[in-house]
Design a protein around this ligand. Structure first.
Ligand code: KG4
Length: 337
């Protein structure tokens, strides 16, 4: 074990975490949500600039919180991808500079591996397991038969589930990021709008969210053209039921097919209260262990990057200082750079 400093800057959170021998000493997250909210989504160029402005402050705060000097760090870990290219560059440049200056190893980490390993703060993994990755940029099922062994068995054919929440929220006049208000309002609504299940009747484990998004948008526009008011809580409930039940359906099918012992929720949408409740109910019925990340570890942060880095430090998977970011890095090729 070691003392690891991890940096995450793949989207709209600038984050630095420090772990020592597996214990989390600092986990500082500076979110840009307020700035992007006025655009209804993340503006990549603004995100990069804010990361560049904030990284030093977040780094300083993490070191102060952990009460550690940079000299005490054994390795510098960083999210290399996937994510926004300019945003990733800021984190990687910071990590490279620190690694070079302090003559310590540089550990590149896959962002989604980070989301999955966030669950290590809850419990150790039992293999084979199915990781259900539901975030703003990704929706996929990842089969793990061992530590750091990732196989993507299903993914979205178009939009990610979080992206769909954000776009539906936008048409309903709700603030970004849309998952939070939709989750809240759905609790007050009834399932009164008829929205079709994506990929109905198809024999596939894949996901699709762009049709569902278009259905909501068309329904809202039709109602507005007729001069009728949209019942926002009802629309949230109707949409959320379809969006979440698709994840539940795929998880049940995949966990039976691959005979998994554990299911893990990962990514920002794993903060969704209905998804957490439904997944727990269904996995309990199947007698499959369910691992859900704590709320503080659902959305982007660097503590999850540090958790993967601890493993990579043990196997000495370090990168040369001339590596670049990879915005489309595959989780199956997390060790190729
Ligand atoms: O994992 P994350 O921070 O970013 C990516 O790595 O993509 O996830 C952000 C996404 C956003 O789309 C946001 O709307 C969604 O997570 N989200 C939620 C909830 N909280 C955040 N979606 C549904 N219900 C929530 N409670």
């Amino acid at each position: 074990m070691a003392t690891i400093l991890a940096i995450e800057s793949s989207c709209d959170e600038t984050a630095v975490a420090i772990t020592r021998d597996g214990n989390l000493l600092a986990n500082i997250v500076s979110t840009q949500i307020e700035v992007h909210r006025k655009y209804g989504g993340v503006m990549p160029e603004i995100a990069s600039r804010l990361h560049a402005e904030n990284i030093g402050v977040v780094l300083k705060e993490a070191l102060e919180t952990a009460n550690i000097a940079l000299d005490d760090i054994d390795a510098f870990a960083v999210t290399r991808g996937p994510g926004l290219i300019g945003a990733l560059h800021v984190g990687l440049q910071a990590a490279k500079t620190l690694a070079m200056l302090y003559k310590k190893p540089l550990i590149p980490v896959h962002h989604l591996a980070g989301h999955i390993y966030a669950n290590k703060y809850v419990d150790n993994f039992t293999y084979p397991l199915l990781a259900v990755v539901v975030s703003g940029g990704n929706t996929e099922l990842v089969l793990m038969k061992d530590d750091l062994d990732f196989k993507v068995i299903a993914e979205t054919r178009d939009d990610a589930i979080g992206e769909c929440y954000d776009k539906v929220a936008r048409v309903l006049g709700l603030p970004y990021p849309g998952g939070i208000p939709i989750d809240k309002l759905a609790k007050e609504g009834k399932h009164s709008y008829d929205l079709p299940t994506p990929l109905k009747g198809e024999k596939t484990l894949d996901f699709s969210y762009s049709g569902l998004k278009t259905n909501v948008i068309n329904l809202v526009h039709n109602l507005e053209q007729k001069g009728e008011k949209v019942n926002v809580p009802d629309m949230c409930k109707s949409f959320q039921d379809v969006a979440v039940e698709l994840v539940i359906d795929r998880t049940i099918k995949a966990s039976k097919l691959y005979d998994v012992k554990e299911v893990i929720l990962a990514g920002g949408v794993s903060a969704n209260s209905y998804l957490r409740q439904r997944m727990t109910e269904e996995m309990n019925k199947l007698n499959i262990k369910i691992n859900i990340p704590p709320m503080w570890c659902c959305t982007d942060n660097a503590s999850m990057i540090a958790k993967v880095a601890e493993k990579l430090y043990d196997i000495k998977l370090f990168a040369p200082l001339n590596i670049g970011v990879d915005p489309n890095w595959s989780i199956e090729d997390w060790n190729k750079f």
